[in-house]
Design a protein around this ligand. Structure first.
Ligand SMILES: Cc1cc2nc3c(=O)[nH]c(=O)nc-3n(C[C@H](O)[C@H](O)[C@H](O)COP(=O)(O)OP(=O)(O)OC[C@H]3O[C@@H](n4cnc5c(N)ncnc54)[C@H](O)[C@@H]3O)c2cc1C
Length: 529
């Protein structure tokens, strides 16, 4: 057996896990199917001379990972101020800046009462987020047979929970299962503020603001970045520059990365992982295989079903990962003139379009019936404003996340027939905010959920490797009993966003997983030495 653990996939979590394994002296080999590293965090040409990333903002990346991989030395993180502009159809914008008092000033014209409560809401999110942040860093305990160390960790969680005090403790317990629309309505009443905050509870999900449990999504996101408007930590060169830097860090630590290596099967011998088979038939042998691929792809496609218990297979088949996001990139001849954004420099911020809770819920409604929202929720960035090298001089790139575009369309329609509908719908929506924007389009790249699956390996087109729903989080991510980065196959581990805590471009899953995997590999090798 090779001493080199194999990592399937060079997404940011696979690269993070590989870095830590390499630092522990384990010399991992990363096998990436595409010719480029990064997975969903990649920057590519979208039209001649124009480049854009799939994900235009980071989660942000966990601080310990930024420090250990020396990412601040390798790439330039940009934190625009304002970070988010929530646009109203009446031509106004609510600017969420990095400063709480300034944001409260911006809220005042919409509602005096909301402005007065904003600081208290921020402080509450920060305290609850800090508590949950501790949970994000831990390996979820085994519920059936918790080890001594796990019980100790749980005790510490209990102590920290008590430390929250009665008011925050009750808030946390109430808010997690709540619909985010109800949660935010307990604090605020002005439409742009309520809708922009609530959108954080539905981003990337198959849920609307009135879906139960979207409160938990808001709180989990707040654990990564407590600012109500969400994270706008971006990277010069786009997310692909970040993952290229992560790959450099992993290589320097001793990892080998092989692109163009599509894994077609995980080899299992006597119930234990024994390596992988590539699509050209090459066998790469190892006693440790770490899948950055999502849980369904890993356990339903790469592993022979005879190796898994039928009950476990049923649980994985029931793991929900039908995506709802389409990604559109436009090559523009100039910056569009948004009625609500007089200063072009402010287009460094993300733009939120989804002005009311009703608007967001209607956008979601369509997807329940396999239809594309006719008035979609959009999250937009202009990466070329932050980094002019992404477009030819004077020209710009507009990156748009569009919800809701359900993976499964009604009436058996194929996504290939719907590309133009997506572009037309997005541009028609944007015309209301930036009249004339359509005439600036020189080129476009449209990625449907089907494209996210076929090109980027995101099963179901789900950008988060599985719904962040209450029944698929913490000790239940991906499924109950298997939240500790292990699988029923000895030596086969998971490290991607479909494991706790998931949550986008944070590197948290890869970081947590590497801790458990290093321990398991070292223990096994010591036992067999
Ligand atoms: C359109 C879009 C917008 C997003 N926006 C944001 C955002 O604003 N903020 C945020 O925090 N997050 C965002 N995300 C989510 C975030 O980018 C992902 O959750 C994250 O990048 C997933 O990382 P990962 O390493 O877990 O998996 P992935 O990046 O999916 O990596 C898995 C890797 O495995 C490879 N692979 C698959 N099958 C095989 C195989 N058989 N053999 C070998 N290799 C294989 C894939 O090519 C890929 O490189 C967005 C994602 C998308 C798609």
């Amino acid at each position: 057996m090779s001493a080199s653990p194999l990592v399937i996939g060079a997404g940011h979590n696979g690269l993070t896990a590989a870095f830590y394994l390499a630092r522990a002296g384990l010399r991992p080999i990363v096998l990436e199917s595409r010719d480029v590293v990064g997975g969903a965090a990649v920057t590519e040409e979208i039209a001649p001379g124009f480049r854009s990333a799939l994900a235009h903002a980071t989660g942000p990346i966990r601080e310990a990972v930024v420090r250990d991989m020396q990412l601040a030395r390798r790439v330039e993180f940009v934190r625009p101020d304002p970070r988010l502009l929530a646009l109203s159809p009446d031509g106004r914008a609510l600017a969420f800046s990095t400063d709480t008092a300034r944001t409260a000033d911006a809220i005042r014209p919409f509602s005096e009462a909301d402005a007065a409560r904003y600081a208290e809401f921020c402080a509450t999110l920060e305290r609850l987020g800090a508590f949950l942040g501790g949970l994000l860093e831990m390996t979820p305990p085994s519920l059936s047979a918790p080890a001594g160390a796990e019980l100790w960790d749980l005790l510490k969680v209990g102590r920290r929970f008590r430390g929250l005090g009665k008011t925050d403790g009750f808030r946390l317990l109430r808010w997690l299962p709540m619909a985010v629309a109800d949660l935010v309505a307990e604090w605020f009443s002005s439409d742009p503020l309520v809708a922009a905050i609530a959108a954080r509870g539905i981003f990337g999900t198959a849920q609307g603001p009135w879906s139960a449990g979207t409160g938990a999504v808001l709180l989990l996101n707040a654990a990564t970045d407590p600012a109500p408007g969400g994270s706008s930590v971006m990277v010069k060169g786009g997310a692909g520059a970040l993952t290229a830097a992560m790959a450099d860090a992993a290589r320097e630590a001793g990892a080998e990365i092989r692109t163009g290596s599509l894994v077609s099967r995980v080899l299992v011998r006597d119930g234990r992982a024994a390596g992988v088979v590539l699509d050209d038939g090459t066998e790469v042998i190892s006693d440790a295989v770490i899948a950055n691929t999502d849980p369904r792809r890993t356990l339903l496609q790469l592993v022979d079903p005879v190796e898994l218990d039928p009950g476990f297979l049923t649980k994985i088949r029931n793991y929900r990962m039908a995506g709802t996001v389409a990604k559109l990139d436009f090559a523009l001849s100039a910056l569009p003139a948004f009625r609500a954004v007089p200063r072009p420099a402010d287009l460094r911020a993300r733009l939120h379009i989804g002005p009311t809770i009703d608007y967001l819920e209607h956008a979601f409604d369509a997807s329940k019936y396999g239809e594309v929202s006719s008035e979609p929720y959009l999250d937009i960035a202009f990466p070329s404003v932050l980094d002019p090298s992404l477009a030819p001089p004077g020209r710009h790139v507009m990156s748009v996340y569009m919800q809701f575009a359900p993976y499964r369309l009604a009436h058996g329609r194929a996504w290939s027939s719907m590309r133009d509908t997506l572009a037309t719908t997005v541009l028609r929506t944007l015309e209301r905010y930036a009249p004339g924007i359509s005439s600036l389009v020189e080129g476009q790249r449209i990625l449907t959920p089907a494209d996210l699956e076929s090109t980027y390996g995101l099963t179901g087109g789900h950008i988060l490797h599985g719904e962040p729903a209450l029944d698929q989080l913490f000790t239940m991510r991906p499924v109950l009993g298997w939240a500790q980065y292990r699988t029923p196959i000895d030596g086969l581990f998971l490290c991607g966003s479909g494991t706790h805590p998931g949550g986008g471009l944070t590197a948290a899953s890869g970081h947590n997983a590497s801790r458990e995997i290093i321990r398991a590999i070292k223990k096994r090798r010591a036992a067999s030495a």
